[in-house]
Write a protein that binds this ligand. Structure first.
Ligand code: PLP
Length: 539
């Protein structure tokens, strides 16, 4: 058994328990009227801008920005000294913050000190190389720098007129990504905040092209003579699809979940049957969602077969590749997704497995006019003389104001290069496969799903406990939950779980360029140590 000594760089700082005691520099007293919550002595430490009516002066900003850059660099340097999961009670941070805002300005050094004392140590560290839970969402250096530059410009990318270079950079970066994913030029696209939003917009566009429905102009409720909207997704599809069905007026009852096969992939034959059955019963099938990389097991729906059905039945095909799509950066992974190029819309989240600071979701579509016709409203105050040749991106979705996300993507694609990004994807897939091979070779452990991408689903199942009745199942669930929690308590690794065929399933998901093989080895070591302890405890 190796000890933490064998992996010195991963030794976490002892988890700090936040006591809820008042810290030295944060007053919990409400600010008095006029802002007299602090002693007047602070005034000497305030900058002239804080005493006047303007913004922070550029010279002050320069000094403060250097301080902030140091804070972030220090954080990234000492990431591994933090426990991935802070050991906190809910409410303990709030208890240390004043309930009322300060009436008077506060010195910046004091604000930054509180950040260092209360905020930084008490987050769950998504940037940590031992964060192997959920799907990764990491901010790499060039992405962070891009976010900072975008914040400085504060460009609101709603119309070309008020965001010319940001609009055109978005057009260029969307095209770069489309190429990097091996998708045809027939796809146009844009960035949104999340896959949830990208899927919602896609369902709304799909609804818009249903002949005679006119939902945009006429609404749906109370209209006689129109069929009920039907959306199809696999039993394993993400909850964001259900939320989108709610918002576009299909409702939860309008989402028909198609059963999956033994590897958690949508049964295309059952999809076909469902559509025919629904049509005969008066439903209005309008959208199918194929998931490439489901949230629980990362299964990949047979998108080629699904596309054929959608083409035949004239139903919009939306592909949710929020996590999995990034795998296509590596050309050898693309056969997994064969047929996705026939989709009407596709979502891939750079903020999941493309090393991009949250948020950035890439929405690609083959019929831009469906989105524009579904959403475009141009009141007089938004009318500009610039028509044609460029996007006024607000017309393709719900939001008028939009963040300048292309800048960070542009920076990180140029910094790593398309080949460098593909190499990282390849390495994550390799590490996941290696972990899967250890699990397969261990008699007391079992894989619970294939590993097509960089996520491994498995559980501990001791050879001595082969019962298959309800009691045995519950025993194994409890055992695996205890193992996962025990690993999470070490602070070195953070894992999450799901249920596959009603079995508690531990997941390891790799997607952080800071994660190395040593972290995966350590994760496996911690899992086996925790399993040994659990077995000893019950024997
Ligand atoms: N689709 C899939 C397959 C996901 O796994 C997730 C989140 O993990 C989402 C959609 C939702 O992503 P977002 O948080 O960007 O809305």
């Amino acid at each position: 058994m190796s000890t933490r000594k064998s992996a010195p760089a991963m030794r976490p700082r002892k988890p700090r328990k936040t006591t809820g005691k008042k810290g030295p520099s944060v007053s919990r007293k409400p600010a008095a009227p006029g802002g007299a919550s602090r002693k007047g002595s602070n005034t000497a430490r305030l900058s002239p801008a804080q005493l006047g009516l303007g913004d922070m002066a550029p010279s002050e900003f320069r000094t403060a920005a250097r301080q902030v850059a140091d804070l972030v660099a220090d954080y990234l340097e000492r990431l591994e000294s933090y426990p991935v999961l802070p050991d906190l009670e809910p409410g303990s941070i709030r208890a240390q913050l004043p309930a009322a805002p300060p009436g008077r300005p506060e010195p910046l050094d004091e604000i930054l000190r509180d950040y260092g004392r209360l905020i930084e140590p008490n987050i769950t560290h998504w940037q940590h190389p031992g964060f192997l839970a959920y799907f990764s969402s990491v901010a790499t250096g060039p992405g962070i720098l891009g976010e900072w530059l975008a914040a400085g410009l504060n460009s609101n990318v709603m119309l070309w007129r008020n965001a010319p270079s940001s609009t055109e950079l978005e057009e260029v970066v969307v095209a770069w990504l489309r190429r990097m994913l091996g998708l045809p030029d027939s796809f146009d696209g844009m960035f949104t905040d999340t896959a949830s939003m990208s899927s919602l917009l896609s369902l709304a566009a799909a609804r818009h092209v249903v002949p005679g429905l006119e939902a945009r102009d006429e609404g749906l409720a109370g209209r006689p003579g129109i069929g009920r909207l039907r959306v199809y997704a696999s039993a394993e599809a993400h909850s964001s699809i259900e939320k989108a069905a709610i918002v576009v007026g299909a409702g939860r009852a309008g989402l028909r979940r198609i059963p999956v096969d033994s590897e958690y992939r949508m049964r295309a034959d059952l999809l076909q049957e469902a559509i025919l059955e629904d049509r005969a019963a008066g439903w209005l099938p309008f959208c199918v969602i194929a998931t490439l990389g489901t949230t629980s097991s990362t299964s990949i729906d047979p998108v080629g077969g699904i596309a054929r059905i959608c083409e035949r039945e004239r139903i919009w095909l939306h592909v949710d590749a929020a996590y999995g799509g990034s795998a296509a950066l590596a050309p050898e992974m693309r056969p997994l997704f064969e047929g996705w190029e026939r989709a009407d819309s596709i979502v891939v989240n750079p903020h999941k497995w493309m090393f991009t600071p949250f948020d950035a979701s890439l929405l690609l579509f083959r019929r831009p006019e469906a989105f524009r016709d579904a959403f475009s409203l141009v009141p007089e105050y938004l009318r500009t003389p610039d028509t044609g040749g460029v996007h006024n991106f607000n017309e393709y979705g719900i939001q008028l104001g939009r963040r300048f996300r292309a800048l960070k993507m542009w920076m990180l694609i140029r910094y790593f290069g398309a080949d460098g990004m593909a190499a990282r994807i390849r390495e994550h897939v390799r590490m996941a496969r290696e972990l899967a091979s250890w699990i397969e070779a261990a008699p007391d452990w079992e894989l619970l799903a294939p590993v097509p991408l960089s996520t491994v689903c498995f559980r501990f199942k001791p050879v001595t406990d082969r019962g298959d009745d309800e009691a045995a199942r519950r025993r194994l669930d409890a055992l695996n939950e205890a193992i996962m929690q025990s690993v999470n308590r070490t602070g070195e690794i953070f894992l999450s779980h799901t249920r596959l065929r009603d079995r508690f399933t531990i997941r390891v998901s790799i997607g952080n360029p800071r994660t190395e093989m040593r972290h995966i080895r350590r994760c496996w070591e911690l899992l086996r140590e925790a399993a040994d302890r659990s077995v000893r405890a019950v024997s």
